[in-house]
Design a protein around this ligand. Structure first.
Ligand code: NAP
Ligand code: FE
Length: 370
């Protein structure tokens, strides 16, 4: 069987990759919009590295730093307006998954002035979009290399992604040094997100030999990093930072081929309704995910345990201790949140070994109630 792998991003990976490859920016035009959030681009040093190169290359720039965690569709529509107003040739996204995802959607909105919320989700794919360059500052989402942008719809505050050829970066710069400024809590949650990507992709019904290769490498790099984070309860050294960052990129490449399983779809509810950061929101559902994959993919589960390099009990303990999510709410509230899965085709449920239903999602969330 042939594997048809779509990935249109040019990935430049390694220390000081921006400084060493700044000349590439000229290929995208003479002016750009930098899309970012309030602190990470500055704290990480990525903003100054990018603006120095832009100045050196004679490219003008405007900074749009209004992106918050779990970016709203209204902010990307606004970003698109700003991009048109200052008449830029391309977009540079800097930050964690939130600004990177927003940058992809802003590039689409910039070229489609008529798009409202509905327009963006119903667009013809691929739509017109400005070229996007991404610089990641977390080691989690792998958004740098995926053709996905996760947004929050203002009208119902539900997270919903857009994806397609128009959601790929033209170019991404991957340098783990920009992750050094993350505090312990963001480091843990983003590493758990990457681990969730690698695990969900590994067990996905859509897994291929190529995605499995990326997922296996990612699991080895990420699990040993998580184990150290849990044992030390302190910030990792640069070597472990590099390991987590590389793991997040491999996991992104794996996820891009397979899509995620149920923890990502159901985890969105924990972020929307209970303010749980994205990575922890996904792995909070892992006790249930592990049970399913053990039941429906027993052989692969054995391989998974070997890749992590510890006993099953230890792996579950490490992930649970780092995740540590309990929610205060009611069963009725959970049922209301899960009603979105009623009569819906949920790709992430179909990707899950043994399948998954609305009732399963309610039960998995109820286990997290205090
Ligand atoms: P994020 O939401 O971008 O940022 C989380 C927090 O970390 C923010 O407070 C941010 O501060 C801070 N931060 C980021 N980098 C930092 C750095 N280097 N130093 C200090 N602080 C830093 O985090 P994320 O977990 O990377 O992204 C999560 C989003 O990505 C969610 O919306 C999720 O649904 C989405 N996602 C996308 C994909 C995809 O394929 N596209 C996959 C999985 C998840 P500031 O906000 O102040 O900068
Ligand atoms: Fe994720």
């Amino acid at each position: 069987m042939f594997e048809n792998i779509e990935n249109t991003s040019k990935i430049i990976y390694g220390k000081d990759c921006i400084k060493e490859n700044g000349h590439l920016l000229k290929d995208y035009g003479k002016s750009c919009l930098i899309v970012t959030s309030k602190t990470s681009a500055v704290k990480s040093g990525a903003l100054s590295d990018i603006t120095n190169i832009l100045t050196e290359q004679g490219i003008t720039y405007t900074v749009f730093d209004e992106i918050k965690e779990n970016p709203l569709v209204s902010s990307v529509i606004k970003g698109g307006e700003v991009a048109r107003k200052v008449n830029v040739d391309f977009i540079i996204g800097i930050g964690g998954g939130s600004p990177l995802d927003a940058a992809k959607a802003i590039a689409i909105c910039a070229e489609n002035p008529d798009y409202d919320i509905d327009g963006l989700y119903k667009r013809a794919i691929p739509s017109k979009a400005l070229p996007v360059i991404l610089v990641g500052t977390t080691s989690g989402t792998g958004s740098e290399v995926t053709g996905v942008s996760v947004l929050t719809i203002d009208t119902n505050m539900q997270k919903k992604s857009i994806s397609g050829k128009d959601c790929y970066a033209a170019l991404c710069f991957c340098d783990s040094k920009y992750t050094h400024s993350m505090n312990y809590s963001v480091t843990v949650s983003t590493a758990l997100d990457a681990f969730a990507h690698a695990s969900e992709s590994f067990f996905s019904e859509k897994s291929t030999s190529v995605s499995e290769g990326y997922a296996k490498d990612a699991l080895k790099l990420l699990y040993s990093g998580l184990k150290l984070l849990n044992e030390s309860k302190s910030l990792p050294d640069e070597g472990i930072r590099e390991q987590l960052f590389k793991g997040s990129i491999y996991a992104g490449l794996a996820l891009n081929i397979t899509g995620a399983c149920f923890p990502h779809a159901v985890g969105y509810i924990l972020t929307e309704g209970y303010n749980v950061p994205h990575g922890k929101a996904c792995t909070a559902l892992f006790p249930c995910f592990f049970k399913r994959v053990k039941q429906f993919k027993a052989e692969k589960y054995e391989t998974f345990i070997k890749l992590c390099g510890e006993s099953e009990e230890k792996i579950i303990e490490t992930v649970s201790q780092l995740t540590d999510v309990k929610i205060s709410g009611t069963c009725e509230e959970i049922q209301k949140h899960c009603s979105r899965f009623e009569n819906a085709v949920v790709k992430n449920f179909n990707n899950t070994p043994g399948g998954f239903t609305k009732e399963d999602s309610e039960n998995a969330l109820k286990e997290l109630l205090i």
